[in-house]
Every structure is written in C-alpha cells, then in structure tokens.
Ligand binder design. Structure first.
Ligand code: NAD
Length: 295
C-alpha cells in the first residue's frame, strides 16, 4: 500500500493523516470545505512541531511528512488510493452517503475502512460494492500517541482484507487487535458502561466529580478519571455510543443516565464546549469542577 486517503479532517482524520505521513505514505486528506482543511493543516503542523520539540522526530522528518499530505475538498484526488479511511462525523446516514461517494471514485479492489466508534461495520458495508473489502480501523485519540488500533471484522470482511490491514497497522507501529462486529466492539462496550456508572454515582449523590475521578485514578491506576475522560471524548459522543449499545443489545443495563442526557441537551458537551463535568479554557492546569451534585 502506498496511497492512503482519509475522508474527514477533524480530530481523528487529521491525526490519522499525520501518522501515516510520518511513515512516508502519500496521504490525501479530504473535507467538505477549506475552513476545515485549514484548521487540520494548522493542527498537524503544530502537532508535528511538538514531536520535533520532544525529539521524537527531526525537523527534516517533519518537513517530509508535511509534504506527504495533500489537502483537498474533492474526491477526485482519492481515485488511486489503495486504502480509504472514512473519519467523518459519527452519524450512520452521513457515513453511508460518504461511503457511496468513495465507492464511485476508487477501484473495486481498494480497501475501505471506517474509524467509527460504534456503528456496525456490517451495516456500513451495505453502502459499497464488494463488501468483503470493508473493515473497521478504530484509531484512538490522540492518534499519533495512542498505540491501539481496534480492527473490526464485519460479517462479510474477507481474510485478505483483514490480513492487509493488520500488516499495515503493524507497519505504522501501532498494535492491531482484532474483534468481531458487535455493538460497541470491545473498547466502548467496556468503557462506556463504566463512564455511565460514574455519572449515575454522581447523579445519585454518592460522591462528587473530583472524588469519583480521584478514586479511579489513585485506586485503580487509571491515568484519567471516568468523568474527565467523558469530557475529553465529548458527552454527546458518549450518549450516542450508549444509545447504540442500548439499541443493539436491547438490555436496560446500557441505558444512559438522565444526567448525561440533560447535560447534552443543555449543550454542556465537555472540553469542546468549555464545560462538562469540569470547566475548561481558564488557562489553569488545575481542573475546576463544574457540576455540583445535590446533597
Ligand atoms: P470531528 O467532528 O472532529 O470531525 C469530523 C469531520 O468530518 C469534520 O471536519 C467534518 O467537516 C467532516 N465531514 C463531515 N461530513 C463530511 C463529508 N460529507 N465529507 C468529508 N468530510 C466530512 O469528529 P472526530 O472526533 O474526528 O470523529 C470522526 C470519527 O472518528 C467518528 O466516527 C468518531 O466516532 C470516531 N472516533 C472519534 C474519537 C474521538 O475521541 N474523537 C475516537 C475514536 C473514533
């Protein structure tokens, strides 16, 4: 594989493009308008600079990587791709539309992957011809730092597709872990119920935000408490993944806490909106608790 296209230049898309570019792949990064592409260009440049500063890469490697990425609003550029990774917003209908477009441009043998956190790969594969070439490549955030790629084998994914993607993932020095295509895969099936339970404990007044997070950090050696992690992921994203688990299994144990639903409706989505369980953007490295539980 030589040419990789990434559709969607947001948080994940720019990280995926950045990481592949470091390994000398020719990368096409596509988004709907130039404003999003410009933001991605700046983010990638800043993140590469950070790697230079930390002496993970040299200035020359940064320059080469940056030159490996083509930014574009057109699908024309993706025609020659060996692999296209879809990383647009987590909405099944939108992803299917994008996959249908990808299908029109690339050859019938190009592999098509989705970075979805929770949507069924088997279902997404219905949007393309030759569904045996559809697979899940679930990168973790931030992509250049996190080692894991959860590889999701859809119902129709072929062994050929799987082997190619496992091999590629190892080449970019990530750890591929293969799972089957069931709601939430493994990562979010285990993570989201834990986050939901932390929110329930807060909602019921068992303990406050800082206490819950500190217990999980100091007691269970988690690098970040579940409520802070939820803020980082985005509370809207957490809610939509819990809804996928709830609908997929029909089991009430996955039903989202009313407090989480309330916060999403109120627009308190975590770090990206400046407020979730904590407040952000005041310049302090010490987190300020935003949500006060009722005694
Ligand atoms: P994001 O909102 O930061 O970025 C999505 C990008 O897709 C935006 O730039 C948007 O303009 C673009 N887009 C929307 N429609 C498009 C179209 N038709 N054509 C081209 N581009 C289009 O979202 P994100 O956090 O990067 O998430 C992307 C995917 O990665 C989702 O499926 C999400 O579930 C998954 N994911 C996210 C995380 C995370 O921590 N954020 C982690 C793992 C996986």
């Amino acid at each position: 594989m030589k040419i990789i296209s990434v559709i969607g230049a947001g948080t994940m898309g720019n990280g995926i493009a950045h990481h592949f570019s470091l390994f000398n792949y020719s990368v096409n990064l596509v988004d709907i308008n130039n404003k999003f592409l410009e933001r991605a260009r700046q983010t990638i440049s800043t993140n590469l600079d950070r790697q230079v500063k930390k002496e993970i890469i040299t200035q020359e490697e940064k320059d080469n990587s940056f030159n490996n990425i083509q930014f574009s609003t057109s699908f024309e550029n993706i025609k020659e791709s060996d692999l296209v990774i879809e990383a647009v917003t987590e909405k099944a209908d939108l992803k299917k539309d994008v996959l249908m477009d990808i299908n029109k441009y690339v050859s019938g043998t190009s592999i098509i992957a989705s970075n979805t956190s929770s949507i069924s790969i088997t279902n997404l594969a219905n949007a393309i011809s030759n569904p045996e070439r559809m697979i899940g490549m679930h990168f973790m955030n931030p992509v250049p730092v996190m080692k894991l790629v959860e590889i999701i084998r859809g119902y129709q994914t072929s062994e050929h597709t799987l082997n190619k993607i496992v091999e590629l993932t190892k080449k970019i020095q990530k750890a591929p872990i293969i799972v089957n295509d069931y709601p939430g895969f493994i990562s979010n099936r285990i993570l989201m119920p834990m986050i939901n339970e932390a929110i329930y404990a807060l909602y019921e007044g068992v303990a406050g935000v800082r206490e819950i997070d500190t217990i999980m950090k100091l007691g269970m050696a988690h690098p970040m408490g579940p409520l802070q992690l939820a803020d980082y992921i985005g509370l809207d994203v957490c809610l939509s993944i819990l809804n996928v688990l709830f609908e997929g299994f029909g089991n009430p144990k996955y039903s989202a806490c009313p407090l989480l639903k309330n916060m999403v409706v109120a627009g308190k989505l975590g770090k990206k909106t400046g407020e979730g369980f904590y407040t952000y953007g005041n310049g302090s490295s010490e987190l300020t608790v935003s949500y006060q539980f009722l005694k």
